[in-house]
Design a protein around this ligand. Structure first.
Ligand code: SF4
Length: 241
């Protein structure tokens, strides 16, 4: 039975249908909040395997994260290369750690477990170079375990094509999706939705060539059979499945 994504409960319906299609998802490794924040910075516009490898090299090179505050930018760039924008991230990380030390007197973000999610998000996004995705990842993926959805490029693309959000930026997509989250959903529910939408975006709802003929959402999707540039995917037989 098809469950309409147009119903008010469309996020639970979306989760159920993607779960039926993709099966259980393995959530990212749970790190302490500061480690998760540093990984989130490294992972911007970078493949996961590349960012995790860079994170492990960086963690091995620093005895603790406070050493990042005085680290040599050139050495940092060598350690984290080939993440995207390695030079910029190598400059950003020491500044970020210095600001954290200044604001908190140490590298401990556990206080964010007590704050309302919106306050914790705003505080993290006030840090240099930290956007909505990195802030949400710090709160949801880490041991803080806060109920906030991480909206990366894949999640935003799938949501946009399904008409769940408009064509605004990642911050707007984050706010629009969060406004649709059922009040009863836990941090784990939101991690699962993130993993399902991301996997769907990577495997089926590709940026350039969405495989709509394989998609469990195609009957409710206003972009069924339309490519990234608005072209009709004529080579697909959408009635075939
Ligand atoms: S029908 Fe096509 S565009 Fe819509 S969600 Fe599925 S793969 Fe993406």
């Amino acid at each position: 039975m098809q469950v309409s994504l147009a119903l008010p409960s469309h996020l639970p319906a979306l989760r159920d249908r993607l779960r039926a299609l993709l099966g259980p998802q393995v959530a990212p490794v749970r790190l302490d909040p500061v480690s998760q924040l540093i990984h989130a910075v490294l992972s911007a516009r970078t493949y996961e395997e590349v960012s995790w490898a860079a994170f492990m090299r960086l963690r091995a090179a620093m005895e603790d994260w406070t050493r990042l505050a005085e680290a040599d930018v050139g050495e940092l760039e060598q350690i984290i290369d080939p993440v995207t924008f390695a030079d910029r991230k190598a400059r950003q990380l020491p500044v970020l750690v210095r600001v954290l030390l200044l604001k908190r007197g140490g590298l401990d973000l556990d206080v964010l477990a007590q704050e309302p999610v919106s306050v914790a998000m705003a505080w993290l996004m006030s840090l240099p170079g930290v956007g909505a995705k990195a802030a949400a990842a710090t709160l949801n993926f880490s041991t803080l375990d806060r109920p906030v959805l991480v909206v990366d490029t894949h999640v935003a693309r799938v949501a946009r094509r399904l008409g769940l959000v408009g064509r605004g930026d990642a911050q707007e997509a984050h706010l629009r999706l969060m406004s649709q989250v059922p009040a009863t959903w836990t941090a784990g529910d939101l991690r699962e939705l993130h993993c399902l939408m991301k996997t769907h975006g990577q495997s089926i709802c590709d940026h350039f060539d969405p495989a709509c003929h394989l998609c469990a959402l195609r009957r409710d999707c206003p972009r069924t059979g339309v490519g990234a540039a608005g072209q009709v995917l004529a080579f697909r037989d959408l009635r075939a499945t």
